[in-house]
Ligand binder design. Structure first.
Ligand code: ZN
Length: 218
């Protein structure tokens, strides 16, 4: 089929990174749609936040049921009885999660005719997830193109940015406050600046403080 070169599908969780990617996409593509994966997140609030942002931006939002993931491994993102711990590979790890998500995103992109697929994965603040690395995304891009005989382009605008630079990108897109106050990144399910204590909040907060300090001196 003929893919639309002006159309992008953004893999969207309602968090800081993917919301920044959404604004990046809105700047670069005429048509933008969002896809969110539902897989028993610790907080159904995550889906709600994503849905609200999509509605606010007037964007078509696809929510795909990936609850089968919880059958593959017990982990702290889906099993509420487990605490989230940091380690070499954090126990929030679901084997091959991003492989599955990106494959489904590509299948959806085919259905809606979007040539561009945008994901906020990042290698800089290396999360320990091997299927979020640049080499994996490049490999997957080749694979989905061969699988569907298409020429999708997977974009990773945050791949080499640290959290401070991701805040800077949101600011350059004119959306610093929107991303800061309307997104959900916290593992405890607290909006905006979050609980301030979980690994996700600590990373987000350190990046924001570093960026605001730098911006203040310009
Ligand atoms: Zn938190």
């Amino acid at each position: 089929m003929k893919l639309n070169n002006d159309k992008a599908l953004v893999v969207f969780s309602g968090g800081q990174d993917s919301t920044t990617c959404m604004f990046h996409a809105l700047k670069h593509y005429q048509e933008v749609e969002l896809v969110t994966f539902s897989y028993g997140q610790r907080h159904a609030l995550e889906i709600e936040v994503a849905t609200n942002i999509a509605a606010e931006q007037g964007l078509k939002h696809h929510v795909l049921d990936m609850s089968l993931l919880s059958q593959l491994s017990p982990n702290a993102l889906t099993d509420h009885s487990m605490a989230i711990e940091d380690g070499d590979i954090p126990n929030t790890f679901v084997p091959a999660r991003n492989l599955l998500f990106m494959s489904f995103a590509a299948a959806l992109a085919y259905q809606i005719g979007a040539k561009h697929i945008i994901t906020g994965v990042c290698e800089t603040d290396f999360s320990g997830y091997p299927d979020c690395r640049d080499i994996f995304i490049k490999s997957l891009n080749v694979t989905v193109n061969l699988a569907m005989d298409e020429d999708f382009v997977i974009h990773t605008p945050l791949m080499w940015l640290d959290k401070k630079e991701t805040w800077q990108l949101a600011d350059e897109l004119g959306q610093l406050d929107y991303v800061r106050f309307k997104t959900l990144t916290c593992y405890e399910g607290i909006m905006a600046d979050g609980c301030g204590e979980c690994p996700s909040c600590q990373l987000r907060k350190a990046g924001l403080e570093a960026y605001l300090a730098e911006r203040g001196t310009k």
